[in-house]
Design a protein around this ligand. Structure first.
Ligand code: ATP
Ligand code: MG
Length: 289
């Protein structure tokens, strides 16, 4: 297979706007410019997620098989793979939205297991952004962002409001604070969902295809927000097929198929020199469009 390169977003990431990443996949020679993903997270950094030999079944169907993955503080991981390969299942296991049956998962020092009493403790540590936003429709944007800290962390209302406004500014929609989700565009709703997660000050953010339900023109504003979080050192695990984003931001790209991690590597290696036929086929399919 010929070498594939996913170009850097226009202007790179340190200066110009990263808008446009993800919705354009250029196949061109590798540039010598390195993305900030090449700044390596040291092996000594704290382990935020450690999954060891994790298997999960839905009834008799085995959705995950012997998955091993360590995510260190500050690392940005992109997970890709065909539909049904177990990507959502894996990250949902990380915040205990799904239970695994074999192996071990530890998240920010908390071991996840069947007898755990306090799943809320895990959720305090793990922010999750879904494909379909999952905002509370009957609450304003501001209340969506205040609810978690007030209800789960007992943060006083005034402080929760201050934090909510801080993170709404962070995702660049403070002016939408008093609207309801239905009054916002998809891209704006997704940025509220990101702000809402950030208000919990999580140790890691999980993203499950956060741009796949968006109209194309809104993809870049969400990717831009995610890129800026990555640049600020947020630990992130992103299920996405936005390969421009993966190329620019990820420390490691992980490819899953049939419930297993088939291959993982640094973006340059992953895109230019995939090792497994299944990875090559997948990349050739998604990069064709
Ligand atoms: N609640 C469930 N009950 C039974 N089977 C499920 C359930 N959720 C997922 N599965 C199955 O587990 C497998 C993995 O699903 P998962 O949603 O993790 O895949 P995915 O890689 O996220 O796919 P996609 O790219 O379409 O989102 C699929 O075969 C799916 O049908
Ligand atoms: Mg999925």
């Amino acid at each position: 297979m010929t070498a594939i390169n996913i170009s850097q977003p226009e202007g790179g990431l340190d200066g110009g706007s990263p808008s446009g990443i993800g919705n354009v996949l250029h196949v061109q020679p590798l540039s010598s410019q390195e993305s900030f993903s090449q700044q390596q997270v040291p092996m000594s950094a704290d382990k935020i997620i450690e999954a060891t030999n994790v298997s999960k079944w839905y009834g008799t169907f085995r959705a995950l098989t012997d998955v091993n993955l360590t995510v260190r503080k500050g690392e940005r991981i992109v997970i890709c793979g065909p539909s049904g390969s177990g990507k959502s299942t894996l990250i949902r296991c990380f915040n205990r939205l799904e239970a695994h049956q074999e192996g071990e998962i530890t998240v920010n020092g908390i071991r996840l297991h069947n007898k755990m009493r306090n799943v809320t403790e895990v959720r305090k540590n793990v922010g999750m952004v879904f494909q379909h936003f999952n905002l509370f429709p009957h609450m304003t944007v501001l209340m969506n962002c205040m609810a978690g800290p007030m209800w789960i962390k007992d943060v006083p209302e005034a402080e929760a409001k201050k934090t909510a406004l801080k993170f709404l500014k962070r995702v660049r929609i403070p002016e939408q604070a008093n609207k309801y989700p239905v009054q916002l565009s998809g891209g704006q709703q997704q940025r509220v969902a990101i702000a809402r997660s950030l208000c919990m000050e999580p140790a890691v953010m999980l993203f499950d295809e956060p741009t796949s339900a968006l109209d194309p023109e809104m993809v870049s504003e969400v990717l831009e927000t995610m890129t800026s979080l990555a640049r600020d050192g947020m630990t992130m695990v992103c299920v996405t097929h936005e390969m421009g984003f993966a190329r620019a931001v990820a420390d490691r790209v992980i490819f899953m198929d049939l419930g297993r991690i088939v291959e993982e590597g640094k973006p340059n290696d992953f895109f230019t020199n995939p090792q497994h036929d299944r990875t090559k086929l997948f990349l050739s399919q998604i990069l064709r469009h």
